[in-house]
Design a protein around this ligand. Structure first.
Ligand SMILES: *[C@@H]1O[C@H](CO)[C@@H](O)[C@H](O)[C@H]1NC(C)=O
Ligand SMILES: *[C@@H]1O[C@H](CO)[C@@H](O)[C@H](O)[C@H]1NC(C)=O
Ligand SMILES: *[C@@H]1O[C@H](CO)[C@@H](O)[C@H](O)[C@H]1NC(C)=O
Ligand SMILES: *[C@@H]1O[C@H](CO)[C@@H](O)[C@H](O)[C@H]1NC(C)=O
Ligand SMILES: *[C@@H]1O[C@H](CO)[C@@H](O)[C@H](O)[C@H]1NC(C)=O
Length: 545
């Protein structure tokens, strides 16, 4: 037996005979094993003795603990190890790639206003990657990689420039074109997942790149923000539902996967607590430099209304569209926690009157109003109790949580993420255990590198390969994962860092007036993996931890 020569991937031997290769993914269980032993030894001396005298027993124990994983890791993994309907894709969002911000009737969203106020170091999405004009070229790039699916968002203010009311024909045309372009580009015969009762005829018919569409990606029409304070007002629920209705009606014959609101937790905290994402509201001492806002109460109000809007749109879909369109609707959350399906008791007690209440009706609406959960995961946090923070008189969400959070690794918005695939696995299994094992799409996961760095993005390959491996492990442990979307298809405008940091499989030359795209090594890697020619061994995971 040969193990791959890589740090921290080692042989397990019995009587000097190699019997298994072990990767660090098995380590938590190993450590559990040691803790178990520690329980039975009163001091270190006996523990050492135990280790020496009973090495065979320990070995067996470790083997039992680790063997299920060991057997698969030994051979590495490939595309074929995933279930037949499992979808691999890549994603972007409207404001981050489309450009054409003032073209063809589009109006500003809260993100345009935020970016133009200089909050992304002066960078804006005015031109971005110009996908609005280059969508055909970009679909070709997806075909080159061999993507099953593309996750993108619809710009509300492009489709409905007044936030509600008449549809903008040019906006409608653009999304119809994009969706048709995706669908007509059949790439691989094994596309499309089994989703609920998706009829085979649709599966056959839609054998191209599946559009996974997000309705709100930080970009509420500014006109609604001005009129009634956007998500702080209940009126947003009505307008969002009408917008969703338009999307279901116009695109739902071809779009089977809808995400209502992207990262509503980050959107609420960034936008209403810290003031670092649109609409940039906050109050001292929690956020700096906001002209308006209330960090103690507004994040809760915004989330509350977004949950209601999500539930309302989802229930509309279920009542009026699902029986004929056969699609599904979900919500995506940035994970360092999980989505509240109802507010937990501790949260109600701590937040008190700042937490809006659900009426019984609303509670019924919100509960279970989800066909799938979109998981967004990039990094891991260490969590430690800090209940003393509750003594402070002024609270925001962070104080209400009463914990101390520390990033794992040297992660910052100028640094690459620490490679922590276990954190993704943990989230997936946590959702399985605690929320009734709903279908999950990993809506975003990817590595950040300086935009100016080399096309040889080996750290991105390491990151992606080890996270995809973690998804495979989670599947084998019973998590109901249906797909994985790498973020992002190409370098694009980011709310933090503008164009300085990038996640793309394709490099975009933003200095070139044609905004040419160039594949990075990671694009080739993903393509080989999806094509089934890459039999991936798990060294990246080991060497990165
Ligand atoms: C807040 O504004 C002040 C004065 O304009 C500036 O010096 C400071 O850097 C700003 N802080 C943040 C976090 O933007
Ligand atoms: C924020 O809202 C809370 C609760 O509604 C209120 O007690 C507090 O005075 C408000 N703070 C500011 C800065 O407006
Ligand atoms: C606990 O929370 C308080 C209040 O926010 C903060 O001042 C303190 O630094 C925190 N303690 C630790 C160990 O982070
Ligand atoms: C963390 O990142 C900073 C900035 O890139 C760098 O200067 C520092 O050396 C890094 N620290 C460690 C422990 O890697
Ligand atoms: C990006 O880098 C440029 C040049 O160093 C800098 O001026 C700008 O502020 C940076 N943008 C962000 C959002 O950090």
């Amino acid at each position: 037996m040969k193990c791959r020569v890589a740090t921290k991937l080692f042989h397990l031997t019995q009587n000097k005979k190699k019997i298994a290769c072990v990767s660090v993914l098995s380590l938590p269980k190993f450590l559990l094993g040691f803790n178990f032993l520690r329980l039975y030894s009163s001091n270190e001396a006996t523990e050492m003795k135990l280790l020496n005298n009973n090495s065979l027993i320990i070995l067996l124990l470790l083997l039992i603990l680790a063997f299920t994983e060991v057997s698969s890791l030994e051979e590495g993994y490939s595309r074929d190890d995933f279930p037949p309907g499992f979808v691999f894709g890549s994603g972007t969002s409207a404001y981050q790639v489309e450009g054409a911000a003032e073209e063809d009737g589009r109006t500003r969203s809260i993100w345009d206003v935020f970016a133009h106020a200089g909050h992304s170091g002066g960078a804006t999405g005015d031109v971005a990657c110009d996908q609005y004009h280059k969508y055909k070229e970009d679909v070709k790039l997806m075909v080159d990689i061999g993507l099953d699916a593309y996750r993108f968002s619809i710009s509300w203010s492009r489709l409905l420039p007044s936030g509600r009311g008449p549809v903008n024909p040019k906006g409608l045309q653009y999304y119809n074109n994009l969706i048709d372009e995706l669908i007509t580009h059949g790439i691989q015969p094994h596309v499309t997942l089994h989703h609920f009762d998706l009829p085979q005829v649709l599966e056959d018919e839609y054998g191209g790149i599946q559009p996974h569409v997000t309705l709100h990606h930080f970009d509420l029409p500014q006109v609604l923000e001005d009129e009634y304070g956007g998500w702080l007002s209940r009126e947003s629920v009505r307008d969002f539902t009408a917008y969703a209705d338009t999307c279901f009606k116009e695109f739902g014959d071809r779009v089977l996967h809808w995400t209502t609101i992207n990262e509503l937790n980050v959107f609420a905290l960034g936008g209403y607590d810290q003031g670092v994402t649109p609409p940039g509201r906050c109050s001292l001492p929690f956020g700096l430099n906001c002209t308006e806002g209330n960090s103690s109460s507004e994040p809760y109000i915004a989330v509350h209304n977004m949950l209601l809007a999500h539930a309302s749109a989802t229930n509309l879909y279920k009542k009026q569209y699902q029986h004929k369109q056969h699609g599904s609707v979900g919500l995506s959350i940035y994970t360092y926690g999980a989505a509240p399906l109802n507010y937990p008791e501790t949260m109600k007690t701590r937040v008190g009157s700042r937490l809006p209440a659900f009426t019984e009706d609303e509670s019924e609406q919100v509960k279970g109003a989800i066909d799938f959960v979109g998981v967004i995961n990039y990094m891991a946090l260490y969590v430690k109790d800090n209940s003393s923070s509750l003594k402070q008189s002024l609270h925001d969400f962070n104080i209400d949580m009463a914990v101390e959070l520390t990033l794992v690794g040297n992660t910052s918005f100028n640094n690459e993420y620490a490679n922590t695939p276990w954190s993704l696995q943990q989230v997936l299994l946590y959702i399985k255990e605690n929320y009734g094992n709903p279908p999950i799409y990993i809506a975003e996961n990817g590595q950040m590198t300086p935009q100016s760095s080399s096309l040889e993005d080996t750290s991105r390959i390491q990151y992606l390969s080890s996270h995809i491996e973690a998804v495979l492990h989670s599947l084998r442990k019973g998590a109901n994962v249906r797909g994985y979307f790498q973020w992002s298809l190409m370098d694009l405008y980011e709310v933090f860092g503008g164009y300085n940091m990038s996640y793309g499989l394709y490099y975009v030359d933003f200095k070139d007036p044609y905004l040419n795209r160039y594949p990075k090594l990671s694009a080739h890697w993903y393509s080989s993996f999806l094509g089934g020619t890459l039999h991936y061994r798990s060294h990246a995971l080991s060497s990165a931890i």
